[in-house]
Write a protein that binds this ligand. Structure first.
Ligand code: FEO
Length: 399
């Protein structure tokens, strides 16, 4: 029988590990090492479940619940987010515990009904509303658009746990459920990966919500998100990192993303990288078609600039680059520079198309024209791209 993991007296993790997940949220977010769907059980005079799990893992969650409370009834269920990775097991849960009282946000009610076609006697909660479970008080805080309209978190007094749902999540599937059982750098890198791929478009909401939570002067001993490990030792570092993510804080770093059939655009990418990298810029170079899109989004988050290159594919941008640009355009990027580049044969149109899309996505162009190369760059051409890389390095260091 699968067991719950005790977090503190009266509080248990009853979630699941999805070790084989490689395509989180469809193919939008490729991941390398699986993830978890975290549900939590509070055993007080009233018993309360916070979130469920994906529907296919419902029975595992139930086993863990039973390992703590046997066949006792559950009094309350809190739906912090209507997305199916957390609410997918809800209907089955309500079939198993028909007398459980569901709580969710106003938008949560709407979204749950629209997704599952079932009405339940939800109690709608807003920021500051509370639920007394006996000895403990749960306080709700709405988090609209971090990253759906219905997201909210729940604060449990005395244990000082924040159940933060998607916020502060990461894709770690481990029985070592606490942050201090892993290296700090690993935890922050995973949190960055998650933020860049799920939360990045909502930086403004994150920054405002962080301020609101700080102003509530809550004592926070533990942050228990809906994915990955639970934070208890690295909380200051995590909050600092989230503040930096939300404001797109960047360093002297440039990400070069390109696609190339006959290496000409690749030669340009590598010459530009030489000029940047030899002048104190942390430069990352990726061929888009052989790189996970989630890595590109993560690397972009703290870069000062991106250079995006494509050859001419029937007078259009290479599909892998078009896909990358489409993702970037949805992220409301701020305070970053960019430039298009690429080799062409008989129609120099693609660099301009890339620049237009970068500009529309919110980047400031390093120059108006981008960098174009007719057929194969020769030695002089490559030296000129290295020089351009040096010039960009100086400009970027002064940003
Ligand atoms: Fe983890 Fe927005 O679902």
């Amino acid at each position: 029988m699968k067991q719950a993991i005790k977090l503190k007296d009266h509080v248990y993790w009853v979630g699941v590990h999805d070790f084989n997940c490689r395509d989180f949220h469809g193919d939008l977010f490729p991941i390398q090492e699986g993830t978890s769907y975290n549900a939590y059980l509070i055993v007080d005079k009233q018993i309360t479940l916070i979130d469920t799990v994906e529907e296919e893992f419902f029975d595992i969650m139930m086993e863990r619940i039973h390992s703590v409370i046997g066949n006792q009834p559950i009094d309350n269920v809190i739906v912090q987010h209507a997305e199916p990775d957390h609410s997918g097991g809800f209907v089955k849960f309500m079939n198993a515990y028909p007398n459980a009282q569901p709580y969710t946000s106003n938008a949560g009610v709407t979204n749950m009904i629209k997704q599952y076609f079932k009405e339940y006697p939800y109690i709608k909660v807003k920021t500051g509303d509370t639920l007394q479970t006996g000895d403990y008080t749960l306080t709700f805080v709405e988090m609209p658009m971090i990253h759906w309209p219905d997201n909210m978190l729940t604060y449990m007094d005395q244990t000082n746990i924040v159940f933060s749902n998607d916020a502060f999540g990461q894709h770690i599937a481990s029985y070592k459920m606490f942050d201090d059982q892993h290296e700090l750098t690993t935890c922050l890198e995973k949190a960055k990966d998650y933020y860049a791929n799920i939360v990045m478009p909502y930086g403004l909401q994150v920054a405002n919500k962080l301020k609101q939570i700080m102003a509530m002067n809550l004592t926070i001993d533990m942050i228990a998100p809906a994915h990955g490990i639970i934070w208890r030792s690295y909380i200051p570092e995590l909050l600092n990192a989230y503040t930096e993510f939300a404001t797109f804080k960047s360093k002297n770093k440039v990400v070069i993303v390109y696609e190339s059939i006959w290496n000409h655009t690749q030669m340009m990418a590598e010459a530009l990288a030489e000029g940047l990298g030899m002048n104190d810029i942390d430069v990352k170079v990726y061929k888009a078609s052989v790189t996970s899109s989630s890595i590109l989004m993560k690397e972009l988050l703290d870069a000062k600039a991106i250079l995006v290159g494509s050859g001419n594919y029937n007078n259009a941008i290479a599909p892998s680059i078009a896909y990358f640009l489409e993702k970037v355009a949805s992220c409301k990027i701020k305070n970053k520079k960019a430039l298009g580049f690429g080799s062409y044969g008989w129609a120099n149109v693609v660099t301009k198309q890339i620049n237009e899309r970068l500009s529309k996505a919110g980047f400031t162009l390093l120059n108006e024209n981008g960098i174009s190369q007719n057929y194969t760059p020769n030695k002089q051409d490559l030296d000129s791209f290295i020089e351009l890389g040096k010039e960009f390095a100086n400009e970027i260091k002064n940003m």
